[in-house]
Design a protein around this ligand. Structure first.
Ligand code: PHE
Ligand code: FE
Length: 295
């Protein structure tokens, strides 16, 4: 397998410093073992058993349309044919998490980085870093949706911009990604549904986010989300609900620069808090919540 970490030396005012970049890799499809395909198959079947009536219809339809199934790990190039036709997005294989700016730049150019390797059989329920199952199963189907596809590209461009503004702006923007792309809920005709990839790739959270009385479910509000801390080691304490993807895209269309300046003056909100002017869909009981540890 190709080595993904590449060290380059860049001349700065401190002399040459090493810069680590993550190389783009061809998906080593022929090198996946029977176990790798089996892990994919097990996870795929398990999620597809519980996601009908929980995942938004766009997700399920797109996943079928692009030919993902439990039979084998999908080939990036086959998925790319479908994406090219629908929205012009393209998957690129990567070893793992990218430096922030690289990640934003890929999104801004409609390239979605996908981790090429898949978790081990003993990690079916939980893995702390994104793997192929999370990236492909969770994120890729909605890239077939034209509005969501545009949102992701705009997010990337916004990320490049925020990176130039500073770390506080990036914190605000990362919260938006977390509460939409990773853990977003959407209101559909017959009730709340999942669209966030972090939920889609987790059996426990797919059920918890819709059925548990513990978490808050609150109507989407851009600035509110950008001030809200989140959980990385437990289910979310709060989920934000959009009415449709147009709402998400329209709300994020304005220039964020003045918003970043405004939010810099305001305190962050703990992950589980409900505010007086929230559009509360359901206030959580908070049962089983860990005391703190919001990031
Ligand atoms: N409009 C945002 C900005 O000016 C960019 C953006 C779009 C950010 C969509 C997130 C999502 O920074
Ligand atoms: Fe993700």
């Amino acid at each position: 397998m190709a080595v993904a970490q590449r060290v380059e030396h860049q001349m700065t005012d401190k002399g040459y410093v090493p810069v680590y970049t993550t190389r783009i890799v061809e998906q080593p499809w022929d090198e996946y073992s029977a176990t790798d395909h089996d892990v994919w198959g097990q996870l795929f079947r398990r999620q597809r058993e519980i996601l009908p009536h929980r995942a938004c219809t766009e997700f399920l339809t797109a996943q079928d349309a692009m030919g993902m199934s439990d039979e084998q790990i999908p080939r990036f190039d086959e998925l790319n044919t479908h994406l090219a036709r629908k929205t012009g997005w393209q998957l690129i294989g990567v070893e793992g998490l990218l430096p922030e700016l690289d990640f934003f730049d890929h999104l801004a150019n409609r390239r979605f980085p996908v981790t090429w390797w898949i978790r081990k059989p003993e990690q079916l329920d939980y893995i702390s870093e994104p793997d192929l199952f999370h990236d492909l199963f969770g994120h890729v189907p909605l890239l077939m949706n034209p509005v969501f596809a545009d949102y992701m590209q705009a997010y990337g461009a916004g990320g490049v911009k925020a990176h130039g503004i500073g770390p506080e702006a990036l914190v605000n923007l990362t919260r938006l990604y977390w509460y939409t792309v990773e853990f977003g809920l959407i209101r559909q005709k017959d009730g709340l549904r999942i669209y966030g990839a972090g939920i889609m790739s987790s059996k426990g959270e797919s059920i918890h986010c819709l059925e548990s009385p513990a978490p808050n479910r609150i109507g989407f509000d851009l600035k509110r989300i950008m001030r809200t801390r989140y959980r990385i080691d437990s289910f979310q304490k709060t989920y934000f609900v959009i009415d449709d993807f147009e709402q998400l895209f329209d709300a994020t269309r304005p220039d964020f620069s003045p918003i970043y300046r405004e939010l810099a003056e305001r305190p962050a909100i703990p992950a589980g808090n409900v505010l007086a002017d929230d559009r509360v869909i359901q206030a959580g009981t908070g049962e089983g919540w860990p005391e703190d540890g919001d990031v």
